[in-house]
Design a protein around this ligand. Structure first.
Ligand SMILES: [Zn+2]
Length: 216
């Protein structure tokens, strides 16, 4: 799951005007991946490229013990919720932010091969939809653009910023799905940096979109 994680951000923002801003929720939805890519660069967590390990995704995510364990995700969620609470003094906003952080693990559970854990050690979990492109692709696009559409229905603002965000996300997803595949054993640092840059660009655009829209 890549852009599909942001469906939780669009939906949470649509649900209530008291939810955190869209840019904040974009960070929340990918917070554990931000941490994963940074941890990969620091050598704290590990991945490697094994083309064919799933039909759609060549990443062998063999060590994500902190960021993609359920307990780790809960800690990230609690910490992010606490930060939102400090800035807003709004328990509802903090709870929504934490739930969006936690949604990441649940959406990953659908698509990953069994590489997710509860506490960082086996057993491993993952329903493996990355092996079923004709299920995964419509699911990811449907979640993302369904939630975006609901957000657009619940808020007022010029359509152009939202359309630009939607197209940039689509371009990123297309590159992820159809771009040149990495070779077996290729260096992972460039991919981690590219991931962080992509998340930063999408988040900056989402922050901009958030400034242009008001709840009806
Ligand atoms: Zn993830």
């Amino acid at each position: 799951m890549f852009i599909g994680h942001w469906s939780a951000a669009f939906a949470a923002r649509a649900a209530s005007d008291r939810s955190p801003k869209l840019g904040t929720l974009f960070v929340a939805a990918q917070l554990v991946d931000w941490a994963f890519f940074i941890f990969v660069l620091l050598g704290i967590e590990h991945m490697r490229f094994v083309p064919g390990i799933t039909a759609m995704n060549p990443m062998d995510l063999y060590d994500m013990r902190f960021t993609h364990s359920l307990i780790g995700s809960c800690i990230f969620a609690g910490a992010f919720g606490a930060i939102v609470w400090v800035f807003t003094r709004d328990r509802f906003a903090a709870l929504i932010a934490a739930m969006v952080v936690l949604s990441h693990w649940l959406l990953d559970l659908l698509v990953h091969r069994p590489d997710l854990t509860i506490d960082g050690a086996p057993p491993m979990f993952g329903f493996g939809l990355w092996n079923y492109p004709w299920i995964e692709m419509p699911l990811e696009l449907g979640l993302t653009y369904g939630a975006m559409w609901w957000n657009a229905r619940r808020t007022d603002g010029p359509p152009l910023p939202l359309v630009i965000l939607g197209l940039v996300m689509l371009a990123m997803q297309a590159f992820n799905w159809f771009g040149p595949p990495p070779e077996a054993g290729a260096a992972v640092a460039p991919m981690a940096v590219l991931g962080l840059v992509g998340y930063a660009v999408a988040t900056a655009l989402a922050w901009w979109v958030g400034t242009t829209r008001r709840h009806r």
